[in-house]
Design a protein around this ligand. Structure first.
Ligand code: AMP
Ligand code: MG
Length: 380
């Protein structure tokens, strides 16, 4: 039986009965899901290998994909990592608590080797969520926590999503309502060359540049800009196939297909919006004639422009780009509820949080991208 502990996300402290009970489960080595400001995490005592193994088993997560360790205060770094370098500390000052994960040298033996997947580093962050912080404090342990979904599925942004995927497989979920940011943390490495973004997330490259004037901020994969890995040549991969790679992944998890609804999703980019709307409607009509149940993932501003779709799911408003991040995973799950088998998704502007949204959409698409502006890839 998976328990659901209801808590008030604003007024919660480590002494709350629900938090105490959930923390007891964690101390007993049981995985417990909890809200953070990004998505729901599935937590386990980072030092308990059996508990961590239960997290991998419940999710069906590949063993070479390390887990992020969540702490409630900077004192918890002592004994967990070596002394962070100055740039890492500046990042903590500027962005913790918040959706930024720092890759730091791990102290030997501080966490289960299953957490780090055998690496000499560990990803650490301090979530900006009162429920998460109360639970970490009550458990008295750093919590290793990946997103609380079955591996490959869209990450959970509500307790219902967690239960849809993991009911019966975990001890319980602390229900603190919908999460705020909606996409996972930004994973960075800070060193003498500056800050390197291994995975885009809730803190944007622009946020980092603003906070660290004069410090280089680079993004993994961008040295290959122009030679986008997600070309038509890699389209139509079977579900579960690894996304194409351009470089050996430094952040092991980035190579896996992720965040995918059950229907096949294709991302559609175009400079000219009218042309895209027309192409999408025509393609949906064609697919429907072939027996597909069709859907469009659209901005609220354009939701009414897709009469050909069986289901139009709005994931946010163009006028407020952070709403795309907040609504993305719930929207992807809604296609499953509607039994949609063929999905076309509008690409969004890559500025700010848009980089993280597009990263997740590309993964959900598993390589299927139609570029209507590209004469070599007219989407036929
Ligand atoms: P998730 O738990 O699904 O949010 O994924 C965690 C992300 O952090 C994955 O992309 C991991 O590859 C990355 N990550 C965790 N620990 C490390 C580490 N020590 N070095 C590099 N990347 C890491
Ligand atoms: Mg995840």
């Amino acid at each position: 039986m998976t328990k659901r502990w209801q808590v008030d996300p604003v007024q919660v402290d480590p002494g709350h009965p629900a938090i105490r009970e959930a923390a007891d489960k964690l101390r007993q080595g049981e995985p417990v899901a909890f809200p953070t400001e990004t998505v729901y995490g599935l937590g386990a005592d980072a030092g308990n290998t059996e508990a961590v193994e239960r997290v991998f088993a419940a999710k069906g997560r590949p063993a070479d994909n390390p887990l992020i360790v969540h702490i409630a205060d900077r004192e918890q770094l002592v004994g967990l990592t070596a002394e962070p370098n100055e740039l890492s500390k500046r990042l903590m000052d500027a962005f913790w608590p918040g959706p930024l994960t720092l890759i730091l040298p791990v102290m030997p033996g501080a966490v289960s080797p299953r957490v780090t997947a055998g690496l000499s580093t560990v990803g650490v962050r301090m979530p900006d969520d009162p429920v998460a912080l109360a639970l970490i404090r009550a458990s008295g342990r750093p919590l290793a926590a990946p997103s609380a979904n079955r591996s490959g599925r869209p990450s959970p942004t509500r307790a219902e999503h967690v239960l849809d995927d993991l009911s019966g497989a975990i001890a319980g979920v602390v229900d603190g309502g919908a999460t705020g940011v909606g996409v996972e943390s930004t994973v960075v490495e800070a060193g003498t060359a500056g800050v390197h973004i291994l995975r885009p997330g809730g803190v944007s490259a622009e946020d980092l540049r603003r906070a660290l004037p004069g410090i280089a901020v680079t993004v993994a994969g961008e040295m290959n800009a122009g030679a986008d890995p997600l070309t038509a040549a890699s389209a139509n991969q079977p579900p579960g196939a690894a996304a194409p790679e351009t470089e050996a992944p430094k952040s092991p998890g980035v190579k896996y297909k992720h965040y995918a609804p059950k229907g096949a999703l294709t991302l559609v980019t175009a400079r000219e919006e009218g042309a895209r709307t027309a192409w999408i409607n025509a393609e949906l009509a064609r697919r429907k004639a072939q027996g597909e149940r069709t859907g469009v993932l659209a901005a609220e501003e354009r939701a009414a422009r897709y009469p050909a779709a069986d289901a139009v799911v709005v994931f946010g408003r163009e006028a407020e780009p952070q709403t795309f991040a907040r609504g993305l995973y719930d929207a992807l799950r809604r296609f499953d509820e509607a039994g949609v088998t063929f999905i076309l998704a509008e690409a969004v502007d890559e500025a700010g949080i848009g980089a993280a949204v597009m990263n997740r959409l590309r993964k959900a698409a598993g390589g299927r991208v139609i570029r209507l502006d590209d004469p070599t890839n007219p989407g036929e």
